[in-house]
Design a binder for this molecule. Structure first.
Ligand code: IVH
Length: 369
């Protein structure tokens, strides 16, 4: 796949692109319906970046570039360590170019990679004190997040008590499985609400909703384990030196759900070729998974490599998201055809402005009465 970039021709088009991206990011992070699908958003941000590189003196303060969550969200609970975003690659060539730049930066080849699915939900930090879950915080702007502790007890995989009385922060993704999404929409519509457009949207809206007459379950998968201010010194030192794959084993041993329990467990790989082979495997399993993924996250596994590479203001330099093509696109409904089937059942069909999804052109949508 070639690098998708939206073409921005002048300052007016740039200002419009920034406005569109800011609106889309706000809806995406608040659980509203985004006017742009993920592909279009990524392409727009790349176009904005390209234009800003040519006109560095005209960058608008609202621009989503260089900001975690496109600058869309805020919160008032400071994070212990910044909750960063990830830079993206869209092809094997871009991935290989990224590994080369990482090799140059750290002065050696990365000796071990960790490869895991990029879960399509929302990042949260779960703080445990002496083994008890005491606070749940969204990523927010990366520096501070929103307290969503009211959701404790509704998230499978995020136990209220760990198997050991340790003080740690678990980071990971909250999402809805396909079954949970369907259940959430059934319950929501029964309460007179509008159904959520997709599982990610449903998870975002549900996580932030404070006073609802009902609760619906969500799922958590951990992808980070770090010390807190009150973590015992020896444990804090161990966590700081452990490889990512080892941290994931420890999180699972503490009772936290990780991708180890899924059809696409996190694995380690020694070479870029092995990473790319695993990327293909995960991409091939995507359609059968009971939860959404929008890519594969590749991390330098060893703490020493991560420390040498360091982080920028938005993303670590030791990890990258290999984005998969979007399986959801926004398009226009042109008309509805009211067909009568052979059995006399009315079968309405939506005629769509044709849209490409993962190599196929979609022109019709079956509508359910
Ligand atoms: S690692 C410092 N691992 O993707 C590393 N993130 O686009 C930051 N995500 O904010 C995150 N699956 O919400 C990591 N296996 C995974 C992930 C993952 C999904 C999300 C996370 C992050 C976003 C960046």
């Amino acid at each position: 796949m070639t690098t998708p970039v939206a073409q921005i021709v002048d300052a007016a088009a740039y200002a419009q692109a920034v406005e569109d991206a800011v609106k889309a990011a706000a809806a995406y992070y608040a659980g509203g319906t985004s006017p742009l699908d993920d592909d279009t958003y990524d392409r727009l941000v790349r176009g904005i970046e390209a234009w800003e590189a040519e006109h560095p003196d005209q960058v608008l303060p609202d621009s989503p570039t260089g900001k975690v969550a496109g600058g869309a969200v805020e919160g008032d609970i400071p994070h212990t360590v910044a909750m960063l975003s990830l830079d993206n690659v869209f092809s094997a060539e871009e991935f290989t170019a990224w590994t080369r730049s990482l090799t140059r930066r750290i002065g050696r080849d990365v000796s071990q990679w960790s490869v895991e699915p990029k879960l399509d939900g929302l990042a949260v930090a779960a703080r445990y004190t002496r083994g008890r879950l005491i606070q749940l915080i969204t990523r927010g702007d990366g520096t501070a997040g929103e307290d969503v502790s009211h959701a404790i007890g509704t998230i499978e995989g995020l136990p209220e008590a760990l198997s050991e009385p340790v003080s740690v922060e678990v980071r990971g993704e909250v999402l809805m499985t396909t079954d949970q999404f369907e259940h959430a929409n059934t319950v929501r519509t029964a309460h007179g609400g509008q159904p959520f457009a997709n599982p990610r949207n449903a998870a975002a809206g549900t996580l932030r909703a404070k006073e609802r007459a009902y609760t619906v379950p969500m799922t958590f998968f951990g992808y980070g384990l770090l010390p807190l201010a009150d973590t015992e010194a020896a444990l804090a030192a161990r966590l700081g030196e452990a490889a990512h794959s080892e941290l994931m084993r420890q999180a699972a041993a503490l009772g936290v759900k990780t991708t180890a329990a899924t059809a696409v467990p996190g694995v380690t790989a020694e070479t870029g070729e092995q990473v790319l082979a695993r990327v293909k495997e995960i991409a091939g399993l995507r359609a059968e998974l009971p939860f959404g993924i929008d890519g594969i996250v590749i991390k330098a596994d060893l703490a020493a490599d991560q420390q040498t590479a360091g982080s920028g203001s938005r993303a670590p330099r030791w990890a990258i998201a290999y984005k998969l093509p979007a399986v959801e696109k926004v398009t226009r409904l042109l008309e509805v055809e009211w067909n009568v089937g052979r059995t006399g059942i009315i079968a309405p069909r939506g005629v769509l402005e044709p849209v490409q999804i993962d190599g196929s052109t979609i022109t019709y949508a079956t509508l359910l009465l």
